[in-house]
Design a protein around this ligand. Structure first.
Ligand SMILES: [Zn+2]
Length: 110
């Protein structure tokens, strides 16, 4: 992931550096799910993810999404699309990346 500073912003005489982060599809190594109830995580390697999203926490049974519901279907579609795009990325004449701002880093969140 590239995170070079892209802008200097003057804010009342204080200079701050803003970062933008770019993640290429080929750099995605895993898809992680984190339980909002207990914090347990479950990760799937991007190369072998079967595009099935866990519908509940394996640790505390907190429901994450309804089986066959909109989110469940969207994750299946997302997983299939991700696999297809990763497989086709070498044949493309362009690089595809996702852009993130550095806000989570500045606020101490990861
Ligand atoms: Zn949980």
């Amino acid at each position: 992931m590239a995170g070079d500073p892209v802008a200097l912003v003057s804010d009342g005489g204080i200079m701050t550096v803003e970062h933008k982060w770019f993640l290429e599809l080929g750099e995605i190594t895993a898809v992680h799910f984190e339980c909002k109830s207990c914090g347990a995580t479950l990760g799937f390697p991007a190369d072998n993810w079967k595009a099935l999203a866990p519908v509940k926490c394996k640790n505390c049974d907190h429901e994450w999404m309804m089986t066959g519901g909109a989110a469940d279907k969207a994750f299946k579609s997302f997983g299939e699309t991700l696999q297809r795009l990763r497989g086709e990325s070498d044949a493309l004449g362009c690089r595809v990346s996702l852009e993130f701002d550095g806000r989570a880093e500045k606020e101490g969140k990861q």
